[in-house]
Design a binder for this molecule. Sequence first.
Ligand SMILES: C[C@@]1(CC(=O)O)C2=NC(=C\c3[nH]c(c(CCC(=O)O)c3CC(=O)O)Cc3[nH]c(c(CC(=O)O)c3CCC(=O)O)/C=C3\N/C(=C\2)[C@@H](CCC(=O)O)[C@]3(C)CC(=O)O)/[C@H]1CCC(=O)O
Ligand SMILES: NC(=O)c1ccc[n+]([C@@H]2O[C@H](COP(=O)([O-])OP(=O)(O)OC[C@H]3O[C@@H](n4cnc5c(N)ncnc54)[C@H](O)[C@@H]3O)[C@@H](O)[C@H]2O)c1
Length: 217
Amino acid sequence: MTGYPIVLDLAGRRAVVVGLGTVGRRKAAGLVDAGAEVLGVDPVGPGPVPIPGIAVVAQPYRAEHLLGATLAFASAPPEVNRRVVADATRLGVLVNAASDPGSGDFTLPAVWRDGPILLAVSTSGAGPALAATLRDRASRAIGAEAGGLGALLTELRRTVRARVPVEQDRRRLLRDWSGPRWLDRWRLEGPEAVRAAMLAALEVAAESPGIDDPDPR
Ligand SMILES: C[C@@]1(CC(=O)O)C2=NC(=C\c3[nH]c(c(CCC(=O)O)c3CC(=O)O)Cc3[nH]c(c(CC(=O)O)c3CCC(=O)O)/C=C3\N/C(=C\2)[C@@H](CCC(=O)O)[C@]3(C)CC(=O)O)/[C@H]1CCC(=O)O
Ligand SMILES: NC(=O)c1ccc[n+]([C@@H]2O[C@H](COP(=O)([O-])OP(=O)(O)OC[C@H]3O[C@@H](n4cnc5c(N)ncnc54)[C@H](O)[C@@H]3O)[C@@H](O)[C@H]2O)c1
């Protein structure tokens, strides 16, 4: 069985990472990338290369460290992780268990981000290194244009909603701008050409409702 993927908004929410070794540091860095408020717990402290953006409690793990957490990550030695999983479960905090994944609530996919685009690949525990290989291959297939095009769409979708009065026109524009030809055009002609063409189509839809795209390349 595979799990249920969701995209969590962790901004301003606390994630507690117990154990800041190789695995815990990777989890903590990914959480910072996602905007979480990260608390690391490790008796050794932050280690020689501190992770920017995380707070560290230099103590052996205690259940109190989980208070106020939205997510917990058990990435210490297995005997500590078992306690983290038990405490988190009792407190209703969802927990990732690095040493015994089946005992926790969720596992992590291999991730690629570019602007608003997020690609996540899971092998459901079959092979984490394979997840990273598939992630690398899929991100190359998506290409370097997607992040820029995504960011432009974030901006233009707002303008479309504000300025294009006819729903059919709005839908036609937004569906068209999500087609693969715009990725190709971004690569061949550059971001400014794409932006100008989209703004021109937006202008037509705003000023002359019901007219087709004048630039349907
Ligand atoms: C994808 C990624 C995300 C992340 O953690 O950020 C991730 N592991 C990564 C790397 C990685 N992990 C391991 C290796 C060494 C090679 C190997 O063993 O294959 C490498 C490769 C490397 O280090 O390059 C060893 C390992 N991992 C787990 C166990 C325990 C077990 O399987 O029982 C063991 C054996 C430990 C031991 O030897 O005792 C368990 C889990 N690792 C998962 C995720 C979850 C399943 C995801 C899935 O199946 O898709 C799961 C179930 C739980 C979890 O941690 O969430 C990240 C990619 C980083 C990136 O490149 O972006
Ligand atoms: N999920 C994965 O990808 C993956 C990969 C390799 C290993 N593992 C498992 O993850 C765990 C961590 O692996 P690692 O390679 O990062 O190990 P590591 O030895 O590098 O790190 C473990 C950390 O836990 C800390 N620690 C020890 N006792 C603690 C306590 N009482 N409270 C808080 N922290 C404490 C240690 O100081 C150390 O920094 C292990 O249980 C291992 O079996 C998971």
